[in-house]
Design a protein around this ligand. Structure first.
Ligand SMILES: Cc1ncc(C[n+]2csc(CCOP(=O)(O)OP(=O)(O)O)c2C)c(N)n1
Length: 658
């Protein structure tokens, strides 16, 4: 290996050596502890330290860095206290996740480190969002994100690079090409000579860097960081390196040819650099010995602290209490002045007034800029707020939801418009695995609202009609809002945007232009998690939300003889169980009308809850009326049969006769 000292003075040369030595020595200790059964799993970065250390050393402390599972050197270079790291790996209280997540799956705002989720790919889009926030604030900063060559096969990788390029974001994409993704060699992972060759396809600069050569990594990355700070842009770096141990220790390396191992063993980043520094008389053997003794002492004393710490203890209420960031929703009262407007206008209105109120609220979605979105909700917004805050996105839901997460990490707010709620499947992973879990995992909030134009009855077939709220109501950490009237839509949207937690905001397309209502002109908010009683009655409780509320109203108009209490849930998560229970205790009968198909929907949960909590008050079985267990058909008559509207009236009458 050839080292070029360039302008580096001895202090820098020695510091880089020390910074590589520490993670290596920690890892060697961990391997011993693993064999002794004192820790559970270990993902080794032995042999790859020059990359973590070189990149982390080139960045400024205030610049975010997003490591993966082999980047211990990032954490040690950023001076994360070792006792806290060790406690994290043992699931103890002084770690970073209160025992809720393992290994490197955490972030620390104090150290400007954002750790991975197991799914690897979303990390890259999160980096885009962090860099976007820096760009919008005109901060000349770099964001560095790591990934392995295996994860470059994930769609998230392509999406994130494409977005970074189209938006010219200052992200340093650091690909550690270490030969294997678990047991899969590179020739089964991709079919090009170098991953860096792909950069051209994204319209991005790239470099191939000898990843085991600390001076090459540090000098090239430092130079690039300076250039990016001056002229912000994304850069693709492919670090050639090798994974010297198993994917994780238990999986071994039997599938790696011995010759290959031997070849890369000779390129060890630390022993080669050490020999070079000794040769150049920058280091002496005595200095090294001394240094190793110091690091050993540091490791042992911090390990002792971690081992001596009691196992974590918590309470159920503490665990549940940490799922969401606590938030005191300040209720802004509606003004007296109202206008009779459509559902769609109320949403647009709430969104516009929220944009005026929050300077750092960013809207992202397909065709949301000049075009105004396919439902015209953001029409005229670019004129008022500019294109930097109302952002057209490429068609890449996963990267955009991840970028929204990144904006939140960097202190901004985001509203993401799904063109149709159906397309959230392409961004499902970051919604349910990142946004939903991040507060519980490491106390980071996800200040993101995902707008979901949903619902059937519009003849749009299986992929433009779904009402898929049940995919999210069952995922702890998400709030799910589903208004039925213009006034609620506006006030719940403004509250959802104020709420620092992730909110899935369902907007029924069928209501957009058919339902009118008096809506206060000025800004106001409504409480999340509070149902509204549209009509009081004593003979039966009807619970619904969204378009179902209007179907129920129609049925009741036809049957004025039924003394029904009608509850519009408005929010599905948190669910206002008190209002439901109170009503059922009074009426003794419950019918739940849900537009979605039966299994796994909120109707089933409400039914179960009422059975468990109000059994002795019930005079009849709880009824659930829902769509058929089929995809949503296109033809109008088939769709009408699919939807529960007709069946609702019949079932309601049956229930009254029970
Ligand atoms: C979406 C997803 N699929 C599969 C896995 C299981 N998995 C974890 S790491 C890994 C290999 C990753 O390879 P690479 O990106 O090259 O990183 P390396 O481990 O080599 O550093 C696999 C298959 C996962 N974590 N996430």
């Amino acid at each position: 290996m050839r080292y070029h000292i360039g302008d580096f003075d001895n202090e820098v040369l020695i510091q880089l050596y020390e910074r590589m030595l520490k993670p290596r020595m920690i890892e060697e200790k961990m391997l011993i502890l693993l064999r002794q059964g004192k820790i559970s799993k270990w993902f080794s970065g032995i042999g790859q330290e020059a990359i973590s250390v070189g990149v982390a050393s080139a960045l400024k402390n205030e610049e975010y860095i997003l490591p993966m599972h082999r980047n211990l050197g990032v954490f040690t270079t950023r001076k994360v206290p070792l006792n806290r790291l060790f406690a994290q790996w043992q699931g103890k209280a002084s770690g970073f996740t209160k025992g809720r997540d393992r290994s490197f799956h955490f972030g620390s705002q104090e150290h400007k480190i954002v750790g991975m989720i197991s799914h690897l790919g979303p990390q890259l889009g999160v980096a885009d969002g962090i860099a976007l926030a820096d760009s919008l604030r005109r901060k000349k900063r770099v964001t560095a994100v790591f990934t392995g060559e295996g994860a470059t096969s994930e769609g998230d990788f392509h999406e994130a690079l494409n977005v970074a390029s189209v938006w010219n974001l200052p992200v340093l994409f650091c690909i550690e090409n270490n030969g294997y993704g678990l047991s899969t060699p590179t020739n089964e992972q991709y079919n090009c000579a170098h991953l860096a060759d792909r950069a051209k396809g994204y319209g991005m600069e790239c470099r191939i860097i000898e990843g085991n050569n600390i001076l090459e990594v540090y000098s090239k990355v430092s130079e690039l960081c300076k250039a990016i700070r001056k002229r912000p842009r994304p850069v693709f770096l492919e670090f050639k390196t090798f994974r010297m141990r198993g994917h994780e220790e238990a999986s071994g390396t039997k599938y790696v040819p011995e010759k290959l191992m031997a070849k890369w063993a000779k390129k060890d980043p630390i022993s080669n650099y050490e020999a070079f520094l000794l040769d150049k008389k920058v280091l002496t053997s005595a200095y090294i010995e001394n240094l190793k003794a110091e690091i050993t002492e540091e490791i042992n004393s911090n390990l002792e602290l971690a081992f001596n710490e009691e196992p974590i203890s918590s309470t159920l209420s503490n665990e549940i209490g940490d799922v969401y960031q606590s938030f005191d929703n300040e209720i802004v009262k509606p003004s007296e002045n109202t206008s009779n407007i459509r559902f769609v206008d109320a949403i647009s209105n709430g969104l516009r007034q929220s944009m005026e109120r929050h300077n750092e609220l960013i809207i992202m979605g397909q065709d949301v800029a000049e075009y105004g979105g396919v439902f015209k909700i953001t029409e005229g917004f670019t004129k008022e707020f500019g294109r930097s805050r109302v952002r057209n996105t490429p068609i890449c839901e996963s990267a955009i939801v991840s970028a929204a997460m990144g904006l939140s990490i960097n202190g901004m707010k985001a509203v993401v418009e799904m063109q149709f709620a159906d397309f959230v499947t392409s961004g499902f992973n970051p919604v349910v695995n990142y946004l939903a879990k991040v507060h519980y995992r490491w106390g980071q909030n996800a200040d993101v609202v995902v707008r979901m134009p949903c619902g059937g009855g519009v003849g749009a077939g299986p992929f433009h009609s779904q009402t898929n709220e049940a995919w999210f109501t069952k995922t702890p950490g998400l709030k799910v809002v589903y208004p039925a009237f213009p006034k609620d839509a506006k006030g719940l949207l403004t509250s959802s945007i104020n709420d620092p937690n992730p909110v899935l905001f369902f907007e029924h397309k069928g209501l957009y232009r058919s339902v009118y209502g008096d809506v206060p002109d000025d800004y106001y908010t409504l409480p999340l998690g509070k149902a509204s009683i549209l009509r009081t009655g004593n003979a039966v409780s009807i619970v619904s939300y969204g378009a179902g509320v209007h179907w129920a109203l129609e049925a009741l108009e036809k049957h004025p003889e039924i003394d029904a209490e009608l509850i519009d849930l408005r929010t599905l998560q948190p669910l206002d169980v008190d209002t439901i229970y109170e009503s059922v205790k009074k009426t003794g009968r419950l019918i739940i009308l849900q537009e979605d198909s039966l299994f796994g929907g909120i109707a089933s949960d409400i039914s179960a809850l009422v059975m468990e909590n109000c059994f002795e008050y019930l005079d009849a079985p709880v009824k659930r009326v829902t769509s058929l267990e089929t995809p949503i058909p296109f033809a109008a008559n088939l769709e009408a049969d699919y939807l529960p509207k007709k069946r609702f009236e019949e079932t309601l009458l049956e229930l009254m006769d029970y």
